[in-house]
Design a protein around this ligand. Structure first.
Ligand code: SF4
Ligand code: SF4
Length: 412
């Protein structure tokens, strides 16, 4: 890869990759469930709905059919009010969806309104709206808009897939965002294990000034928005806006194609999955249906753990009777296995090498175990960004991230 900056040069742990950038389509057949995110419903049971129609503010329907119920269902972490739609499998779209628009002609408030109506969100577990994030910032203050496609966690590759297969959408989404923050530079972060995605992105940004690509080490967490900003600038604390590749593509589709965020790429992988792969799937599709599209569970394997999201940052779920949501980048299923017992620290230093905040996790754990909050704060424990990488690489299975995170919350 030419003309790319390599950031954060350090030792890399092994990363397990799952597939190539050709996603499969998981076309929803069963009932669809849409968590309403505490917004008031705009439909009632018995109503006919279409693809792209608002079910509540920021929540669009991804199929056509009839609203079957408004009831509480699990969203993977808790019971919330959901619209349940009987999918007629015709996928008829609402009027105006897909209408082309020259976003360069739109005002700042028009762009923000389109992003709000499209219901774009990032990976935040609470599905915090992109429009609210963008509106809360003073355009004068923002010096960098970052599309974070570094995707360092094992198994997951949906961001890489979006960068490669939606490169035009991601780059143009970034251009739309730069129109909202005219003084900012645009940066797209891509893991070094995704050279083809980088090629597609470089092709898409050709001849456009103000956007660059930075390559990150595979398997290395970059940490919080603030830490990423510091890495890119070489130290300063400039204000950055960070979006995911799916979010950037959603911004483009909202501004240029009048299309809401109603489908996304999801990685289905893990040691228990028969045919791991990336799938384009409609939001609201049941995870059971998505797993079926990946061939189900490997024969003879019992599932020990199912996770929505990354292996380290995701949420464990006890049932797959939960819907794919806009922030679901992965569905991971792991085979039941005997846990390797925790053992003494062998002082290998791997936890310190991988920590994106430059901390000494083994010393922080010692302070946490002793309940020594003074030492914990001297070691800058409050700067932990909860990435989980230290626990992931520890050969002695020390409970670093959990204890550090717990003590950090006690000490603030
Ligand atoms: S201490 Fe562990 S969890 Fe916290 S930032 Fe460092 S590597 Fe991540
Ligand atoms: S990675 Fe684990 S064994 Fe190695 S220094 Fe850190 S705590 Fe100790």
């Amino acid at each position: 890869m030419k003309n790319l900056r390599l950031i954060r040069e350090t030792v890399t742990p092994e990363k397990e990759y799952v597939m190539d950038y050709v996603h499969l389509i998981c076309e929803a057949a069963g009932e669809m469930v849409f968590p309403l995110n505490d917004a008031a419903p705009l439909v009632a049971p018995g109503d006919e709905v279409l693809v792209g129609q608002s079910l509540a503010e920021g929540v669009c329907c991804s199929c056509s059919g009839t609203v079957k119920a408004l009831e509480r269902r699990s969203d993977g972490s808790k019971e919330v009010l959901c619209a349940v739609v009987d999918n007629d499998r015709k996928f008829r779209t609402a009027e105006g969806i897909g209408a082309k628009c020259d976003w360069r002609e739109l005002s700042r408030s028009d762009i923000l309104e389109r992003i709000r109506l499209a219901g774009a969100v990032g990976t935040d577990p609470k599905r915090f709206p992109t429009a609210a994030k963008l509106t809360s910032l003073d355009p004068e203050d923002v010096s960098r808009v970052i599309v974070d496609g570094s995707e360092w966690e094992p198994y997951i590759s949906s961001d890489g897939d979006i960068l490669a297969t939606r490169s035009h959408g991601v780059v143009n989404g970034l251009r739309v965002l730069l129109r909202l923050f005219p003084g900012a530079e645009g940066v797209i972060l891509i893991g070094e294990d995704k050279p083809r995605a980088a090629d597609y992105i470089l092709d898409a940004i050709r001849d456009s000034g103000g956007i660059s690509v930075a390559v990150t080490r595979a398997g290395m967490p970059l940490g919080s928005e603030k830490l990423i900003g510091r890495l890119l600038s070489g130290g300063d604390d400039a204000v950055c806006v960070t979006v995911t590749p799916a979010e950037a593509n959603a911004v483009y589709e909202a501004a240029a194609l009048s299309t809401p965020f109603y489908r996304r790429v999801v990685t289905v992988a893990g040691t228990a999955v028969k045919n791991p792969g990336n799938f384009m799937v409609r939001v609201g599709t049941s995870c059971e249906e998505l797993l079926k599209a990946a061939g189900g569970v490997r024969p003879g394997v019992s599932v020990g753990k199912a996770v929505l999201g990354g292996a380290l940052s995701g949420t464990s779920v006890s049932s797959l009777d939960v819907p794919v949501q806009k922030n679901t980048g992965a569905l991971l299923l792991f085979a039941e296995e005997t846990e390797t017992p925790e053992s003494e620290c062998i002082r290998c230093g791997r936890c310190a090498k991988i920590c994106p905040a430059g901390l000494m996790p083994m010393l922080l754990l010692k302070a946490a175990e002793k309940g020594d909050l003074k030492e914990f704060s001297k070691l800058r424990g409050g700067e932990c960004v909860d990435c989980g990488a230290c626990s992931w690489v520890c050969p002695s299975k020390r409970p670093l991230a959990d204890r550090i995170s717990y003590t950090r919350r006690l000490s603030v």
